[in-house]
Design a protein around this ligand. Structure first.
Ligand code: GUN
Ligand code: ZN
Length: 425
């Protein structure tokens, strides 16, 4: 067992934060050898009970749960910052050509290694990521994540139509490949598999049906896709699947909505869609920097909370513009201020931070496993230096509440805040 003494942030089940200015985090091996949290709380309260332990003391630093990125694309690491008129031209002009290179295991492995190092450098310890349609891209990302002991979920993209040569796959082979990748990787160390139809317009009904059958046979695996991001995309999806009640309804019709199903964007929803999310236990990956960059629209926070479905924050790199959870949380705040049907929502800093940690973990069905530092959680955490820049140091001298502290970090923070990311493996 080992203990860390510093300021300490964690979350209650009701989304509120618990903060100990002088805190102690005690970690040690859990039943499967992964480091878990044995105790967390105020130093004064815990010191006597843990008197014999070796303690690492980081005065002035803040220990917080490792961030959870609920949706991004590792093969789009080099697509960041590619402007286009909107989603569909962006896919055609930049994304598909970049992704077509990932049949090459050497290229896939080099990008996967860079991608994971960048996530860790930014404080992200868990991610649900798209690979490409090439099985080699999945092997590359899992291999690199396993070597680092990261909790990572990914899957081979399914896209057997309306996709150019080089990324389009074959219906039957794509489902066989998915099944063999599930058997090879799901549940190995800290890795998990996600059945990954890109989005309804690029899959035939036969491929979506096969994906739904795989999801039924493997209830522990995740499902990830995109939905209701962009008006042109929605019109296309409705044309291709006219019998479904809505675009989201198409996924339900093929058995692709259940717990552990994560849909990116979920912007242009009606209340029946929101109810479908709630009833099935599916979750939304809210990607504000991507939505702003591609001009897609804004996630409706009030609608989501009124109906009550799960959601969490995501970078959506490379539609998203940053790997930094601080940039994503700030963009989410701005979207709350201006992008709502009733503008002027003020998402609290605790709620923003929760969305990128405990909330995103809950969306993955990993509540109490990652995204928090309560006893029993896997001990993935970030060590932040709240005085990392001259402006932050100035600001820190003036904050007088937890909300002020967290807001300052969200608004002024970036990778300079992250001293290190410590993984539980
Ligand atoms: N919809 C289908 N594919 C993609 C993608 O790669 N990025 C985003 N943002 N939306 C998509
Ligand atoms: Zn995406």
């Amino acid at each position: 067992m080992h203990a860390y003494r510093a300021s300490l942030l964690r979350f209650n089940p009701d989304r509120s934060a618990v903060y100990d200015e002088d805190g102690l985090l005690v970690v040690g091996p859990g039943p499967d050898g992964t480091q878990i949290v044995h105790a967390a709380g105020a130093w004064q309260e815990l010191r006597a009970r843990h008197a014999g332990l070796s303690i690492t003391h980081w005065p002035g630093h803040l220990i917080a749960p490792g961030f959870v990125d609920l949706h991004l694309h590792f093969p789009q690491t080099d697509v960041i910052g590619s402007p286009a008129e909107g989603l569909l031209p962006w896919l055609e002009k930049y994304t598909f050509p970049h992704e077509s290179r990932f049949h090459d295991p050497g290229h896939a492995s080099e990008v996967a290694g860079f991608f994971l190092e960048e996530l860790l450098r930014q404080g992200v310890s868990t991610a649900l990521a798209f690979a490409t349609s090439h099985p080699a891209s999945v092997d590359a990302l899992f291999t690199q994540a396993q070597a680092r002991g990261m909790r990572l979920i990914t899957g081979k993209v399914l896209q057997d139509r309306h996709s150019p040569d080089g990324v389009r796959d074959d219906t039957e082979q794509s489902l066989l490949d998915t099944e063999s990748l599930i058997r090879r990787w799901h549940g190995v160390d800290r890795l998990g598999y996600a059945i990954t139809p890109r989005f309804a317009p690029t899959s035939t009904p036969a491929q979506l049906r096969g994906a739904g059958e795989l999801a039924a046979r493997h209830p522990g695996v995740w499902i990830q896709s995109h939905v209701a991001e962009n008006l042109a995309e929605i019109a296309w999806a409705r044309e291709l699947f006219p019998d479904s009640r809505s675009y989201l309804g198409t996924y339900a019709d093929f058995g692709l909505m259940r717990e552990r199903a994560v849909y990116a964007h979920c912007i242009h929803f009606d209340d029946a869609d929101r109810q479908l999310m709630r009833e099935t236990g599916a979750a939304a990956a809210v990607s504000p920097t991507s939505n702003l960059f591609l001009g897609s629209g804004f996630f409706d926070y009030a609608g989501a909370d009124r109906v009550g479905f799960r959601y969490g924050l995501a970078s959506d790199v490379g539609g998203g513009t940053s790997f930094s959870p601080f940039k994503t949380m700030l963009a989410a705040y701005c979207v709350g201020r201006e992008g709502q049907t009733k503008p002027g929502l003020s998402l609290s800093p605790q709620h923003l931070w929760w969305q990128h940690t405990a909330g995103a973990a809950q969306a993955l069905g990993l509540e109490g496993v990652v995204g928090n530092l309560q006893p029993g959680c896997e001990a993935d955490f970030v060590r932040l230096d709240p005085r990392a820049t001259p402006l932050l140091a100035r600001k820190m001298a003036q904050v007088s509440s937890l909300d002020e502290l967290l807001f300052a970090l969200i608004v002024l923070g970036d990778d300079r805040l992250v001293v290190q990311t410590v993984l539980a493996s």
